[in-house]
Design a protein around this ligand. Structure first.
Ligand SMILES: NC(=O)c1ccc[n+]([C@@H]2O[C@H](COP(=O)([O-])OP(=O)(O)OC[C@H]3O[C@@H](n4cnc5c(N)ncnc54)[C@H](OP(=O)(O)O)[C@@H]3O)[C@@H](O)[C@H]2O)c1
Length: 318
């Protein structure tokens, strides 16, 4: 299979931007759809061979037009929360989009789709809408009867300069004066570095050995959520005491946060966090990738975070 041009759905996001950088260096032509070109152009338009296109990909005609002249599709679109609480938002973004993508690939004779899913994604037994719908998307891709070769990546939480995990906890810890109530504190994660994830994806895109496989991606160590939040506080030199919430209080916190703008934590997140996000077998080794530890990377960007918050405070005060 010869791949020259790749459509990258979710190319404007945290993982997507790193992936676009890498694939552009590798010489691929890239097409990246976005809902808001103006907002997202800064980080991507300087990349050679990348077209950033504002379009509504939920419209199947637009999707079909977008894939004209592409040889492969990488889908990184995913949401952790929806507007309502009935699963419709998750179904639209994680399932309906995949159905339309498979049909559009069929029309254009595209035989390669790479998808980022999540550990514990499971159409039948997934505990949250997030995990169920991610699992349903995997099922659709794996059972496609169109001869499309798929590769599915299932990472634990991903860290890197623009992540929404350490940066989010850093932000929340900074505004919590003395105590930080933490839900689901026992849940285990094995954070994986964004560059390791991208390296894995770049290596697999044209590798027939990766066809119709599903890979679990983890970092070198496992931590509880409490360990990770304590580590964030320590790195930022914050003296905040973390108060672990039991299961009942975790659920109540999630129910209350469901109504906050931007849902910093939701009932669906609470349900996802009922299962540890760790690998049975870390597949990074398949491409000889040595997993990077959080301790080697996170302090660098959390100190940038300190600097930027100081700068914006100074800027707002003046
Ligand atoms: N980050 C993690 O820790 C982690 C862990 C496990 C799995 N994953 C999975 O990895 C993938 C990438 O994650 P990420 O952290 O890079 O995500 P992200 O930064 O939130 O980016 C998500 C992308 O999806 C697009 N998008 C979001 N909602 C959309 C909607 N309703 N319709 C169309 N496009 C939409 C956005 O594009 P525009 O705004 O430009 O339209 C954005 O480029 C996701 O599938 C996620 O579930 C992530």
């Amino acid at each position: 299979m010869i791949i020259k041009k790749i459509a990258i759905f979710g190319g404007t996001g945290f993982v997507g931007q790193s992936l676009c950088n890498r694939l552009s260096k590798d010489g691929y032509k890239l097409k990246v759809p976005t809902r808001n070109r103006e907002y997202n152009k800064e980080d991507l338009i300087l990349l050679p061979n990348l077209e950033l296109i504002e379009t509504d990909i939920h419209n199947s005609e637009n999707l079909k037009n977008l894939l004209t002249d592409c040889d492969a599709v990488i889908n990184l679109i995913g949401i952790l929360n929806e507007k309502g609480n009935d699963g419709k938002g998750f179904k639209k973004v994680h399932i309906k989009l995949i159905k339309n993508l498979i049909s559009a690939c069929e029309i254009h004779g595209i035989h390669r789709i790479v998808q980022i899913s999540a550990l514990n994604a499971d159409a039948k037994n997934g505990k949250s809408f997030y995990l169920k719908t991610k699992g349903e998307a995997e099922k659709l891709l794996c059972s496609n009867s169109t001869g499309i070769k798929t590769t599915i990546f299932r990472p634990s939480v991903i860290f890197g300069k623009k992540d929404s995990f350490f940066n989010r906890f850093a932000k929340l810890l900074k505004i919590s004066p003395l105590f930080f109530p933490l839900a689901c504190y026992k849940t285990k994660f094995a954070p994986v570095y964004v560059h390791d994830v991208v390296e894995m994806m770049a290596n697999s895109i044209e590798d027939p050995d990766s066809y119709n496989k599903s890979y679990q991606l983890c970092g070198p160590k496992t931590y509880s959520l409490k360990d990770l939040v304590s580590y964030t506080a320590k790195t930022l030199d914050l003296k905040c005491t973390i108060i672990p919430l039991n299961n009942v209080l975790s659920r109540i916190q999630a129910k209350v946060f469901d109504f906050l703008p931007g849902k910093p934590f939701s009932t669906d997140n609470y349900l996802s966090a009922q299962t540890d996000s760790i690998c049975e077998c870390n597949d990074l080794f398949r491409y000889n990738i040595k997993p990077t530890a959080i301790e080697d990377i996170v302090p660098q960007y959390l100190s940038d975070y300190e600097y930027h918050s100081f700068y914006s405070k100074f800027h707002n005060d003046s």
